[in-house]
Design a binder for this molecule. Structure first.
Ligand code: GNR
Ligand code: NI
Length: 168
């Protein structure tokens, strides 16, 4: 496995819409494994392929808080098929926007359909941090970022700061 570089704003790739995975083959599995290593190293609880510069519909997640009991999830072509009525407010961070945190209200319960690491179709209904993280990652596949939940004024301040960092 190898660790990959994480893309940060204002890289325009983060605004692209990722394309479907045709087939979960060895190349895709390799990318999944490299993404998981990159996510654990960061550390983070989720990562979308576009964040390592590959705009394909692929995400990895692990919300377990015990390092000795990892619970990695690999999802190709994740599709949210049901969102619950109740919402949950959570402070979200993003590895592509380091140092920024945004309070985001999202549906508390989610059902996601996806293709797993073995190429099998799966459906998962979950809540809590995993439900929040899944929605955060699926947003990445559509070019959506946590700063899009801020006021335009605050968002522009954040974007300015990161553009300045690029110039420096
Ligand atoms: O590591 C991460 N933590 C996090 C916390 C709250 C809600 C979402 C996340 S995902 C984030 C990693 C990341 O940027 N994934 O795209
Ligand atoms: Ni993110």
């Amino acid at each position: 496995m190898s660790k990959l570089d994480i893309v940060t704003i204002p890289d325009p790739i983060l605004r692209t819409s990722s394309t479907q995975i045709e087939r979960v083959d060895d190349e895709v599995r390799r990318l999944m494994d490299d993404m998981l290593e990159t996510m654990y190293d960061a550390p983070g609880i989720g990562l979308a392929a576009v964040q390592v510069g590959v705009p394909k519909r692929l995400i990895v997640l692990d919300v377990s808080d015990d390092e000795d009991n990892p619970n990695p999830l690999f999802m190709a072509n994740p599709e949210i098929v049901r969102l619950g009525e109740e919402t949950r407010l959570h402070e979200e961070g993003c590895l592509s926007i380091p140092g920024i945190h945004v309070d985001i209200e999202r549906p508390a319960d989610v059902t996601v359909r996806y293709v797993d690491r073995d190429g099998a179709e799966q459906e998962l209904t979950t809540d809590g941090l995993l439900a929040t993280a899944i929605q955060h990652e699926v947003d990445h596949l559509d070019g959506k970022l946590i700063i899009d939940f801020m006021s335009r004024l605050k968002r522009d301040v954040v974007i300015r700061k990161f553009k300045k960092q690029v110039r420096a």
